[in-house]
Design a protein around this ligand. Structure first.
Ligand code: UFG
Length: 333
């Protein structure tokens, strides 16, 4: 069993991963500056698992605070989630994105080296495949990102690869997520974006809750079966399990390894709206709006590698994602 530091540990994916780690007997130490999450997530993780994770309200780029954490906790491994993640905001504030996401990672890696911590799992994104053609596999070319957020993921992958190349004792696992949605079945933790949601599922749940009067469907003239954008949505609980599988893998391997975490199945925006309506017995008003700049028509994963090497496969379907996302949103009302 490992003691695992989760940077960004109270965020959407971090909190679900903390639950899975605790359920499987690992120890979880959460570090988060609460810039996009709140302290009550720690209580909720405890409510779900019966175990209270250790929580540090720190900025991971704060070298002194992070060193204090490492000195007190001596984590065996790190799962690095901390980072800004809004695509549109990254276009408006590129320097803020590069400074925060890269600084955080560099400070983390230097501190890990200082305290002899040699296992790191990184929260990357399918966005690094940029202009490649789907289905994306781990050998598809990366780069050609359409926004600074995507470039920070690309650059951090390169930084980690370089670090592992230079120190053969390091173990680096890069996890490229597709579109994480859903929530824990308890309804206690989930995705809680501040302001107007950028992503499809939180927007749908806010329309369902009456917080917004309709959904804008960004384009219906793509080269897809119904003209709307197709994505590979993955339930956040499946994603969390993928992190535990990656952590176990990293225990006995050094060097850098990359895995896609997706389902391999594409769902269009209209299919998602209708699945949500069916799963929850609700109607989602929508209008067709212009395309959103930078969006791809299609994105979905080739998932064979994670199945073969990590023995991990997504199990939940679109209905589970819609039901669980709505249960969480209702809990906020
Ligand atoms: N969409 C709408 N209306 C909305 C929001 C989204 O029609 O209000 C559509 C988009 O056009 C797209 C699909 O729903 O076709 C999914 O959009 P999301 O914003 O939910 O997700 P993206 O695929 O654009 O982006 C996600 C992550 C990024 C990551 C990217 C990698 O949010 O962090 O996947 O492909 F970079």
């Amino acid at each position: 069993m490992s003691k695992v530091l989760l940077t960004g540990g109270t965020g959407f994916i971090g909190s679900h991963t903390a639950v899975k780690l605790l359920e499987q007997g690992h120890e979880a130490v959460l570090a988060d500056n609460l810039s996009n999450s709140s302290r009550d997530v720690v209580d909720r993780i405890e409510q779900i698992t019966g175990k209270r994770p250790v929580f540090y309200e720190i900025d991971v780029a704060d070298r002194q605070a992070l060193a204090d954490l490492f000195r007190k906790e001596s984590p065996d491994a790190v799962i690095h989630f901390a980072g800004y993640k809004a695509v549109g905001e990254s276009v408006a504030k590129p320097l803020m994105y590069y400074r925060n996401n890269l600084d955080t990672t560099l400070t983390l890696l230097e501190t890990m080296a200082q305290f002899d911590c040699r296992r790191i799992i990184f929260s990357s994104s399918s966005t690094v495949y940029g202009a490649s053609q789907p289905p994306f596999n781990e050998d598809s070319p990366t780069g050609g990102c359409s926004n600074p957020y995507g470039w920070t993921k690309f650059m951090i992958e390169k930084i980690l690869e370089g670090a592992a190349h230079a120190d053969e004792r390091l173990s680096v696992v890069l996890l490229r997520y597709f579109n994480p949605v859903g929530a824990h079945a308890s309804g206690l933790i989930g995705e809680k974006p501040g302001g107007i949601p950028n992503n499809l599922m939180p927007f749908i749940t806010q329309v369902a809750a009456g917080k917004r009067d309709h959904l804008n469907v960004f384009g219906n003239d793509y080269e897809t079966p119904d003209g709307t954008g197709v994505r590979d949505y993955i339930h956040v609980v499946d994603l969390a399990k993928g992190h535990v599988a990656a952590l176990n893998y990293a225990e006995s391997h050094t060097g850098t390894e990359v895995f896609n975490l997706g389902t391999g199945k594409g769902t269009s925006v209209l299919e998602m709206i209708h699945a949500f309506e069916r799963a929850n017995g609700l109607t989602i008003p929508y209008v067709i709006a212009p395309r959103r700049p930078g969006d791809l028509a299609f994105s979905f994963a080739e998932t064979r590698k994670a199945e073969a090497v990590l023995h991990w496969k997504a199990e939940k379907n679109i209905e589970d994602m819609c039901r669980d996302a709505w249960r969480f949103e209702k809990g906020l009302l």
